[in-house]
Design a protein around this ligand. Structure first.
Ligand SMILES: *Cc1c(COP(=O)(O)O)cnc(C)c1O
Length: 455
């Protein structure tokens, strides 16, 4: 017998610890129970239909219920439910996936290592970077620089690399060797009125150079950044910023690491964010859209410089996971990447959808609650403000965002809030009609939010 919503909530409250949650609040409210998904829509246990404007957690590129991915998983599971890639073995699906990814990454990034989550791939990247410098005979080159407000996952290393103090202090993080620089490259919030966006971008890049010089270039292993900063607030890089960061990394022989966990697999228009913004990293990490979220999967790609050192090393690269290159997971990802290609989601259709989406997003600018809209590909950010001209917020602790998010849910649309920034990140398969519906629901939610917040 199927359980009622209340029964599920009660069991959940008794036994289930949730990620990033204030548990006493969750227990009071009771979790929302999601039971079904199809295309860009979800249904909850009370039968409400909800347009998922967040593609799950930035990952469901192909939307929900794609039969081809179900079939890929079923076939793979029937043939070989599991085998590992330790001890000089491989499986056809893992091999094929590594080849497919290498074809899509920038030239030279041709060696792929698999994991199960973005955080895991970032842990792997850190270890490969440290290992690389040890192999180069530069064991002192270990510091890793990232940015304030970056999100790089929540394992011990991922949280250390992230630039979000609320994730760190309660766990006595970050670990040593992790350094964070500001200003965060987000002109709307941190730019000075007397500097252009480009000048501001150069100032942000200069802060990285200053940190490298402060630590001593001989001690700095890598700089890590998301092409578009995601979970920290959907912040787009200023024009010229990434080129300058790349130049600085080359100058001081610091490895450039692109965390593509959100931006990869068509999210910003190209296969990867570094291609959209025109820079070439030494190392990339990816997850989320790699499997459209149908299976837990992540990957690290390294360039020839790093792979030559590792492949030619005498020592064993003693690192890896039981599920690295899991055959069922890789089979699903292979089909996912093929479908993204076949459906031209990176290419004509993706471009047309993005143009339509960004146009509709910009039409929200006239709404009294909105200080700025911004976007790239199929990513959108919306700033909620009390005063459009002064950009004054409703309150410093971002309560307008939560109010808006709750109205969204009630109106049948999922937008996520971080502070007073609302995010949109719909499945890449969304149609123009569905985009119309999405923004109709967003507008309703904004009106309701304004109504509630109006003094
Ligand atoms: C989500 C995310 C991660 C962490 O991925 P998980 O699969 O949740 O471990 C890392 N980096 C970025 C940029 C992310 O958005």
């Amino acid at each position: 017998m199927t359980k009622t919503t209340q029964e599920i909530q009660s069991i959940d409250n008794t036994h289930h610890l949730h990620p990033f949650t204030v548990h006493h609040e969750l227990r009071e409210a009771g979790p929302r129970v999601i039971t079904r998904g199809e295309g860009v829509y979800l249904w909850d246990s009370d039968g409400n239909k909800i347009l998922d404007g967040m593609a799950g957690l930035w990952c469901v590129q192909l939307g929900y219920g794609e039969q081809e991915l179900v079939d890929a998983a079923t076939d793979a599971m029937k043939t070989l439910s599991y085998y590992n890639t330790f001890f000089q073995t491989t499986t056809p699906h893992a091999t094929r996936l590594s080849q497919l990814i290498a074809e899509k990454t920038p030239d030279g990034l041709d060696q792929i290592m698999f994991g199960c989550s973005g955080s895991e791939s970032n842990d792997t990247a850190i270890k490969l970077i440290w290992y690389y410098w040890n192999l180069q005979g530069k064991p002192e080159k270990k510091a890793i620089i990232s940015r304030e407000r970056a999100y790089h996952g929540s394992t011990v290393a991922g949280a250390s690399l992230s630039g979000l103090p609320f994730m760190q202090g309660i766990f006595d993080l970050p670990l040593p060797r992790f350094h964070h620089v500001g200003p965060t490259p987000h002109y709307y919030e941190y730019g000075n009125s007397d500097e252009s966006e480009r000048e501001f971008g150069l100032r942000c890049a200069k802060a990285i150079e200053d940190k490298i010089l402060e630590l001593g270039p001989e001690n700095v292993a890598a700089f890590a950044g998301e092409p578009v900063m995601g979970a920290g607030g959907l912040m787009l890089p200023p024009e010229g910023y990434w080129q300058e960061v790349e130049r600085i990394c080359r100058k001081y022989d610091v490895l450039l690491w692109s965390d593509e966990v959100i931006c990869g697999f068509g999210r910003t228009g190209e296969w990867f964010g570094c291609q959209t913004y025109g820079y070439t990293p030494d190392i990339m990490t990816m997850a989320k859209g790699i499997s459209s979220g149908y299976q837990p999967l992540s990957a690290v790609a390294i360039n020839k410089r790093m792979s030559d050192a590792i492949v030619n090393a005498d020592s064993e690269m003693a690192h890896g996971y039981t599920y690295s290159g899991h055959p069922v997971v890789c089979a699903v990802a292979v089909r996912n990447l093929e479908l993204i290609t076949e459906k031209k989601l990176v290419g004509e259709r993706g471009q047309a959808t993005s143009e339509y989406f960004l146009k509709q997003l910009s039409l929200l600018d006239d709404h009294p609650l909105i200080g700025q809209t911004r976007g790239v590909g199929l990513l959108g950010g919306i700033e909620l403000v009390k005063d459009k001209t002064t950009r004054e917020r409703f309150s410093p602790d971002g309560t307008a965002g939560v109010t808006c998010r709750n109205h969204c849910f009630k109106s049948g649309i999922i937008m996520r809030a971080v502070g007073d920034t609302m995010f949109l990140c719909p499945p890449l398969v969304i149609t123009n009609d569905e985009i119309d519906e999405l923004f109709r629901l967003v507008r309703i939610s904004l009106d309701l939010t304004l109504e509630e917040l109006k003094p």
